[in-house]
Design a protein around this ligand. Structure first.
Ligand code: AP5
Ligand code: MG
Length: 189
């Protein structure tokens, strides 16, 4: 079973590359961001709480995202593997994911970190914001999301380097070029 984490700053291409990978490898795509946006759209209690964090560019509390992740994983038992997009985002989330997978006799196969310069990230997200309708795609919130990424999520690189699972990927160039880089690593797994 392939369990791949796509790590990377906002706008680094996690969603774009996940869409291509699930087609190629027939994996399940779990994006906690997408799940939370659906909850917001459906005006659920969870959605109302999540919106207060997402609209400010902050992380939703670990208890909530870990619950969502556990529930979603449980719902896709007969799977070939999973692409984790936007989870984990903190060390406690990483510990919890490890525990959940290990409990089911599985493990993380690889962590691919998409590396993109900050100004390119801002450019991509501002461009997407013209059409996306995402409430967090405005300059102020984008800058906050990047700040939160550096403070809370970037330490995961070291965490996964120590676990021997980390692969750095140049996240610039065309979507196809980046996809080829990811596939090359997948072939070694
Ligand atoms: P989430 O939805 O995960 O958003 P994000 O991490 O901010 O990342 P994005 O979805 O904006 O970017 P992406 O890396 O997917 O890039 P994409 O492929 O779209 O999370 C949103 C919020 O939810 C968080 O801020 C947090 O509040 C909350 N949340 C979610 N998970 C959480 C968790 N685990 N814990 C706590 N809180 C959580 O690409 C971006 C744009 O660039 C697109 O327009 C795309 O077309 C374009 N693009 C892609 N590749 C290229 C390329 N090679 N060249 C040029 N343009 C490109
Ligand atoms: Mg995304």
């Amino acid at each position: 079973m392939l369990n791949i984490i796509l790590l990377g700053a906002p706008g680094s291409g996690k969603g774009t590359q996940s869409d291509m990978l699930i087609k190629e490898l027939e994996l399940v795509h779990i994006s906690t961001g997408e799940i939370l946006r659906t909850e917001i759209q459906n005006k659920t209690e969870l959605g109302k709480i999540a919106a207060t964090y997402i609209n400010r560019g902050q992380l939703v509390p670990d208890e909530l995202t870990v619950d969502i992740l556990a529930h979603t994983l449980d719902g896709c038992k007969a799977r070939r593997g999973v692409i984790f997009d936007g989870f984990p985002r903190t060390i406690p989330q990483a510990e919890e994911l490890k525990r959940l997978l290990n409990d089911g006799g599985e493990d993380i196969s690889a962590v691919m970190e998409l590396k993109v310069e900050e100004e390119e990230l801002v450019r991509r997200l501002l461009e997407r914001g013209k059409q996306s309708g995402r409430t967090d795609d405005n300059e102020e919130t984008i800058r906050k999301r990047l700040e939160v990424y550096h403070a809370q999520t970037a330490p995961l690189s070291c965490y996964y380097i120590k676990e021997g699972k980390h692969h750095a990927i140049d996240g610039t160039g065309t979507v196809d070029e980046i996809f080829d880089r990811i596939k090359t690593i997948c072939q070694t797994l």
